[in-house]
Design a protein around this ligand. Structure first.
Ligand code: PLP
Length: 439
C-alpha cells in the first residue's frame, strides 16, 4: 500500500482510491478494517488458524541451517502418511503441482483423456492439459455437489476407444464421493483413479463395514492434497500426493526436483571413476521434471498445523450442525437447503454450501452477497462449472446444457463462512443476516 495516502476510513473511500498501479481493490483485509469500525468482526467464507506453536515451529526453522530441503519436509511427509494411513507421501509446492505430478507419474500424455467433475477448481481439469491430454467431464449429484457415479459410468461407456486413462473425482466441500464405486468403474475400463482430497483431509467413508480415510489409497492410485490457507492445513502454499505405490512415489519425488537422480544411473561410466567409485558431484536427469519443491519453512508450519486437524474437523462438524439447525428453524426448506450428506461418511467441512432458489425467492445472488458483505458476512460461490470456462468451451468443445446438474447446482450454490475460529454465535449471525437478505 502506498504510504503517501491516508489510511482508509470508509467503504466509499476504499472503492474510489486509485493506486499508482491501477484501481484499488477491496480485499478482505480492508473489509476487516471497515467492519471493525462498526465493532463487528468480518466473517470471511474461510480462513486459516495460526497458533503460537505454529509461529514457534516456523521460527525454529528460520534459526536452523536449512530453509529448504531439510529435515522438516520428511517429518511432514511421515506425519501426513501416518495421519491418512498411506505408505508414501510426497510433499510439493501446491495442490496444482501435486495434480500435475500425478499425471506425469502415471505417464498420461497426448492422445489420452482424463475424466473429472465440472464442479471443482480449475486445476483438476488443467492437470490433464498440462501433459497434453484431453479433458472430459461427468455430471454431478445436485444435492451433494459430488460427481455422480452413474455419470462416470456413462462417460466411460461412451469412451469406446478407451482414451480415458485417469478419473479424477473430487471430495467436494469435504464430503467423500462414492470412491469405491468410481474405483470399480475405472478399473473395469483400464483407467486409474486419482482422487482430489484438497477439501477432504481428515474425512472418511465406510466400505464393507470399515472406515476408510481419504488419502489411504484403498480405492485410488493417488490422493492429492492442498495446503493453501483456506484448506484444513495451511502452509502458505503447499501440496502433497499420498499413495501406497512405492514406484509411483519415487517417480513423482524425482519429477518434483527436475527429474534429477543421484542413483540408478544410465551412464555408469560418467557416474563413477574407473575404479568404480561414484563421482561425488554426479547427477543425472532421466526425465523432464519441474521445480515443485516445498520449503522447510512451509513443511514446519504444515507439521505443526497437522496436530490440530482432528480438533478442526470436529469443530467444523459442530458448526455445520449448528447451521443446519438454524437454517431448518428459520428459513423455508423448499427454497433454502444445505447440501445433503450421504450416510456413513465423516465430512471434513472445508465448505458449508447452501442451495438457495434465488429465482423462486425473486432475489439475485449478487445482491444477496453484497448485502451479506455489507453486514460483515463473507460468502463465495464454489464453483463456476469448469466446462463453461471459455478455455474448455474451446478445447473440450463443451457448452451450456452439457452438464445440467452442475449448472442447476451452480445457479443455487452459496458457501457460508466455515473455519475453525468461527463460533456457534457467529453461525447465528450469519443465518440471521441471510434471512434478512432473503425475505
Ligand atoms: C485448492 C484446490 C486445488 C488446488 O490447490 P492449490 O494448492 O491452490 O494449487 C485443487 N483442487 C481443489 C478441489 C482445491 O480446492
Amino acid at each position: 500500500m502506498s504510504t503517501s495516502l491516508p489510511p482508509p476510513r470508509t467503504a466509499s473511500d476504499l472503492e474510489h482510491r486509485v493506486e499508482p498501479g491501477g484501481t484499488f481493490r477491496l480485499s478482505d483485509s480492508q473489509e476487516i478494517l471497515k467492519v471493525e469500525e462498526t465493532k463487528k468482526k468480518f466473517l470471511s467464507y474461510g480462513r486459516q488458524h495460526v497458533s503460537d506453536e505454529d509461529i514457534e515451529a516456523v521460527t525454529r526453522v528460520l534459526r536452523s541451517d536449512w530453509l529448504t530441503q531439510g529435515p522438516a519436509i520428511a517429518q511432514f511427509e511421515d506425519a501426513l502418511a501416518e495421519k491418512v494411513g498411506a505408505s508414501h507421501v510426497v510433499a510439493c509446492a501446491t495442490g496444482t503441482a501435486a495434480l500435475h505430478l500425478a499425471m506425469l507419474g502415471l505417464r498420461i500424455g497426448p492422445g489420452d483423456k482424463i475424466l473429472t467433475t465440472p464442479n471443482t477448481f480449475l486445476a483438476d481439469a488443467n492437470c490433464g492439459r498440462y501433459v497434453g491430454a484431453d479433458v472430459a467431464f461427468a455430471d454431478i449429484e445436485t444435492d451433494t455437489g459430488n460427481i455422480a457415479p452413474d455419470a462416470v459410468a456413462a462417460a466411460l461407456e461412451a469412451d469406446i476407444d478407451r482414451k480415458i486413462k485417469a478419473v479424477i473425482p473430487v471430495h467436494f466441500a469435504g464430503q467423500p464421493c462414492d470412491l469405491p464405486r468410481i474405483h470399480e468403474l475405472a478399473t473395469e475400463h483400464g483407467a486409474v483413479v486419482v482422487d482430489d482430497g484438497c477439501h477432504a483431509l481428515g474425512a472418511s467413508y465406510s466400505c464393507d463395514g470399515k472406515s476408510i480415510l481419504i488419502g489411504n489409497a484403498s480405492h485410488s492410485a493417488m490422493t492429492v492434497f492442498s495446503f493453501h490457507p483456506v484448506k484444513h492445513v495451511a502452509m502458505g502454499e503447499g501440496g502433497a500426493i499420498a499413495t501406497n505405490d512405492g514406484d509411483l512415489a519415487e517417480r513423482v519425488r524425482t519429477l518434483r526436483n527436475h527429474g534429477m537422480t543421484k542413483s540408478d544411473f544410465t551412464y555408469s561410466d560418467q557416474a563413477a571413476s574407473p575404479e568404480g567409485d561414484t563421482n561425488p558431484w554426479y547427477y543425472e536427469m532421466q526425465h523432464l521434471g519441474f521445480n515443485y519443491r516445498v520449503t522447510d519453512i512451509q513443511a514446519a508450519l504444515g507439521l505443526s498445523q497437522l496436530d490440530r486437524l482432528r480438533w478442526s474437523i470436529e469443530h467444523r462438524n459442530r458448526l455445520a450442525d449448528q447451521y443446519r439447525t438454524l437454517i431448518a428453524g428459520s428459513l423455508p426448506s423448499e427454497t433454502v437447503k444445505p447440501l445433503s450428506v450421504r450416510p456413513g461418511v465423516v465430512h471434513a467441512y472445508h465448505l458449508f454450501v447452501v442451495l438457495i432458489d434465488f429465482n423462486r425467492l425473486g432475489v439475485s445472488r449478487a445482491s444477496v452477497m453484497k448485502q451479506l458483505r455489507e453486514a460483515g458476512v463473507g460468502s463465495q460461490v464454489h464453483y463456476i462449472p469448469v466446462h463453461l470456462q471459455p478455455y474448455y468451451r474451446q478445447h473440450a468443445g463443451t457448452a451450456p446444457g452439457d452438464f445440467p446438474n452442475a449448472e442447476r447446482y451452480y445457479e443455487q450454490a452459496l458457501s457460508l463462512p466455515m473455519y475453525p475460529d468461527l463460533t456457534a454465535k457467529d453461525c447465528g449471525r450469519v443465518v440471521d443476516t441471510l434471512r434478512a437478505c432473503l425475505t
